[in-house]
Design a protein around this ligand. Structure first.
Ligand code: GSH
Length: 244
């Protein structure tokens, strides 16, 4: 049943935007996507929503909601079936805690590691635009713009090569945490919950980075992420963080 026709403002390949898309799909809510091109998304998002980041949605009523977790809460309110949170209070609290960790702690890890990798491998940038509705820029133009774009994004995301190397070293402990959440039944149930939808797209984005994928493959979380979230566009060849 369609209870509204929200407009989703998104950036192609953005992991929290995929979280919202998966939630909309699960609930069978038809929507329109408005794709923004970074870094030009910032003035548009600020003007329309008063924030710089996406995902953001505008409902038919004109109501605006920003941030993946707030959007999922709103979708559950508007269309309760299927629910994204368990009915049992204890289990619900566990899912909400995992979802918060996924948003605040784990989501930034992908940006921290990916942007310095793309600054080394500008030739990989077009692969992340595959499937975008926006016209692709010719390779020589991307090559010309890449240093500026990757430097801006590294600044926006408080990262650089050394920070990314440290994040790669810290990743196995975070993967242990996800594997534990799966073992505890917080993630990986028959029906994906809000924490599944929040964390799996980040993991899938990390799996596009050649030096990072081997740290994930073979773990329970690799199979789980493949089940929950689609394969995103993009690939950075191995060798960037080889000595990390
Ligand atoms: N944790 C927030 C953050 C969203 C976020 O940072 N989105 C990125 C795309 S993955 C963004 O809009 N970046 C652009 C920028 O920082 O200007 C959420 O889940 O909604």
């Amino acid at each position: 049943m369609t209870v509204m026709a929200p407009r989703l403002f998104m950036i192609h390949g953005s992991h929290p935007c995929i979280t919202v898309e998966l939630a909309l799909q699960r609930k069978g809510i038809e929507h329109r996507s408005v794709e923004l091109l970074p870094p030009f998304h910032a003035p548009v998002a600020r003007l329309l929503f008063g924030v710089r980041t996406v995902p953001a949605i505008r409902l038919d009523s004109g109501e605006k909601i920003t941030g993946s977790r707030a959007i999922l809460r709103k979708l559950d309110e508007l269309q309760p079936d299927p629910p994204l949170l368990p009915a049992d209070a204890e289990q619900r609290a566990r899912v909400l805690t995992a979802e918060q960790w996924g948003d605040e702690t784990f989501q930034p890890v992908a940006r921290t590691i990916l942007w310095p990798a793309l600054s080394q491998r500008a030739d990989a940038i077009p692969s992340y635009q595959r499937g975008s509705r926006l016209p692709g820029l010719p390779a020589p133009v991307i090559k010309l713009l890449a240093p500026g774009i990757t430097a801006t994004e590294q600044k926006l995301n408080s990262t650089d090569f050394a920070t990314a190397q440290q994040a790669v070293r810290d990743l196995p402990a975070q993967l242990d945490h996800i594997d534990q959440l799966i073992a505890d039944g917080v993630l990986g149930g028959d029906e994906p919950n809000a924490a599944d939808l929040q964390i799996a797209p980040t993991l899938r984005l990390l799996m596009t980075i050649g030096d990072v994928r081997p740290l994930i493959e073979g773990r329970p979380c690799a199979a789980w992420a493949r089940k929950v979230a689609p394969e995103p566009a993009g690939a950075v060849p191995p060798g960037v963080y080889a000595s990390t």
